[in-house]
Write a protein that binds this ligand. Sequence first.
Ligand code: ADP
Ligand code: MG
Length: 204
Amino acid sequence: MLDADFFRRWLTVAAALVDREAERLTELDSAIGDADHGSNLQRGFASVVAALEQEPPGSAGGPGAVLVLAGRRLISTVGGASGPLYGTLLRLTGKALGDVAEVTPAQLAEALRMGVAAVAELGGAKAGDKTMLDALEPAVDALGDTTDSFAAARDAAERGALATVPMQARKGRASYLGERSIGHQDPGATSSALIIAALVEAAG
Ligand code: ADP
Ligand code: MG
């Protein structure tokens, strides 16, 4: 079972991975965007961790409440497109988990599927458009009934991020480049792979 502490660990590890990889994320965004993806997410996840630390353990509520709190923080602190999109991912996943103290990996998989669907709806993107969805959708598809499936989700997200290289961007800032967006890895798909990879460490 996954409790609120697991979700706090997930977000804390995700923040650490974003911190470690911020320069690379910004470099990717400088090729096909405006060179702020690393700093955007660094600021957002630092604010999430600060919010979680302000709440003594337990008082942030269950898994759903932890994710809703984190999603709100991302929406309010990240100016770029990725803030509302990741914020929606966490907020809607949290809402789908509801008000229970513990959830199963299968329930997390189902809730994340709803969160990812909300991202697709908000951003109007679909698989193959060279966005974060190209990592998130395969990751959710790889999630199963046990925490062992987290590693498969991480691998699927990494493959999905790599697969954005030959794609032409059809959504977001990178789409303004048209064919010149081809040949670069999407920054958002890359950060999504980090966030999914954090699940493995949190469960470890
Ligand atoms: P901005 O583009 O506003 O500078 P960021 O640099 O933080 O925001 O994030 C860029 C990433 O956001 C892209 O690499 C892409 O993965 C993701 N993204 C942008 N627009 C969309 C969209 N409509 N749907 C899904 N993801 C998107
Ligand atoms: Mg950017």
